[in-house]
Design a protein around this ligand. Structure first.
Ligand SMILES: [Zn+2]
Length: 409
């Protein structure tokens, strides 16, 4: 065996009865032709018993690039003639049946896409169409997802996020203990929660085991949770509560800017976290706060409300502070703030639960931005299933093939 053949035999971990017959470098391609010794026996795909080749079909697999060369393996693949099972296609150790890719190539694809590389970028590197690359990812994600065990899931974050520009949404379920996304489904109705319960059962989980949920105050989620997750205590997520208050502040600014042009271009001063403002913005805000503005009044109420969330570490004290805040809101004479206060009263128990259990929806603390990042990289998903699989790939702890594979190529 010449040195070149020896190196490739070792690198590809080719073992008897298969051997490298010929190695061809052609333009930017490397073709490795494999063969087997005549009279060799192969495992029957059904029972595993060894039997002789009945006939062969020439097959080709795309392998990892070898430096700048695209590498292909060729092998006259036998069909075995098993005395018990009849004639069956043999699958060589470097591939899954009928894929045209080696396992190592597939593991490489998974690694790159999981790492955040866009499919079109990987298409350029490998020369393999993105639709074929997607099929690899879909196969492994679906397989690994089916194997997931949800028997220990008991605390849940439920949130919606947009899947496309406009009004397409998916509902995302997060295990608050492990911080992983465990289910994503199109839509944001109560049906999403029903579907989650079906999926939970498929993975050894039980709707009755869910003890705590954090979510927004949407009617659909409240209905879904009370219909299908009957044992769960609902906490309204603090980020969503503050978001509603921010919307109220913005409504007031929008109405006021029509009468008072001093407010033009100040939207983010009132909404952004104070510590994230530049010195110039802080000075501008301070100036505006001294003006007699409804927006400034609403802003101060918002800060007071946020302070309760940020500083209050005991439930009784929080209760007193929220109660006095609600009175201030009522007295403010600002309709959007009064309406927000009404929403808080209507969802009082769920809002106050936060001060007892301190759970927030994991997705608000970063998962949502990861999901939006996935969306941006793909410039919008035409196929919602692909989008959901990408979320699982990045944010569900899946048992995926690792690169490099420990065993044979
Ligand atoms: Zn057999």
């Amino acid at each position: 065996m010449d040195i070149q053949t020896q190196i490739f035999t070792q690198a590809l971990q080719i073992a008897d009865p298969i051997y490298i017959d010929k190695i061809d470098f052609k333009d930017d391609e490397l073709h490795i032709h494999l063969n087997f010794y005549r009279g060799s026996e192969f495992e029957c795909a059904v029972c595993g018993a060894k039997s002789k080749a009945y006939d062969t079909t020439d097959k080709t697999w795309r392998h990892l690039n070898f430096f700048q060369y695209k590498c292909f393996l060729h092998f006259p693949t036998p069909r075995t003639d098993c005395k018990d099972c009849g004639i069956h296609q043999f699958t060589p150790p470097w591939a899954r049946p009928e894929t045209g890719f080696t396992l190592l190539f597939e593991a490489f694809v998974i690694m790159m896409i999981k790492g955040g590389m866009p499919f079109l970028e990987l298409e350029k590197i490998t020369g393999v169409y993105d639709t074929r690359l997607r099929r690899i990812v879909d196969y492994y994600v679906n397989k690994a997802y089916r194997e997931k065990d949800f028997s220990l899931v008991c605390e849940l974050g439920i949130d919606e996020t947009s899947s496309k520009k406009g009004h397409n949404y998916v509902t995302v379920f997060t295990d608050l203990k492990t911080k992983e996304i465990i289910y994503v489904t199109p839509g944001k109705s109560s049906l999403a929660i029903e579907q989650f319960c079906f999926e939970l059962a498929e993975h050894n989980g039980a709707a009755d085991s869910i003890q705590a949920i954090t979510m927004d105050m949407s009617k659909a989620f409240i209905k879904g949770a009370s219909d299908f997750l009957c044992n769960a205590e609902i906490t309204f997520d603090k980020f969503h509560v503050v978001k509603l208050l921010n919307e109220a502040v913005d409504k007031i600014r929008k109405a006021e800017v029509k009468k008072n042009p001093i407010l033009k271009g100040t939207k983010w001063l009132w909404l952004r976290n104070y510590n994230n403002l530049s010195e110039r913005q802080k000075a501008e805000l301070q100036f505006l706060e001294n003006e007699n503005l409804d927006s400034a009044k609403a802003y101060r109420l918002k800060l007071t409300f946020q302070d309760i969330y940020n500083c209050c570490d005991n439930a009784e004290e929080a209760e007193l502070l929220i109660q006095s805040w609600l009175k201030l809101a009522d007295a403010s004479d600002l309709e959007p703030i009064m309406s927000f206060a009404e929403t808080i009263r209507n969802h009082y128990d769920g809002v106050m639960k936060y001060f007892k259990n301190r759970i927030t929806s994991g997705i608000c603390e970063g998962l949502n931005s990861v999901i939006q990042g996935i969306k941006r990289v793909a410039r919008g998903y035409r196929n919602i299933g692909n989008f959901i699989n990408m979320i699982y790939l990045r944010k569900c702890d899946l048992n995926l093939p690792r690169f490099p594979l420990p065993a044979k190529c």
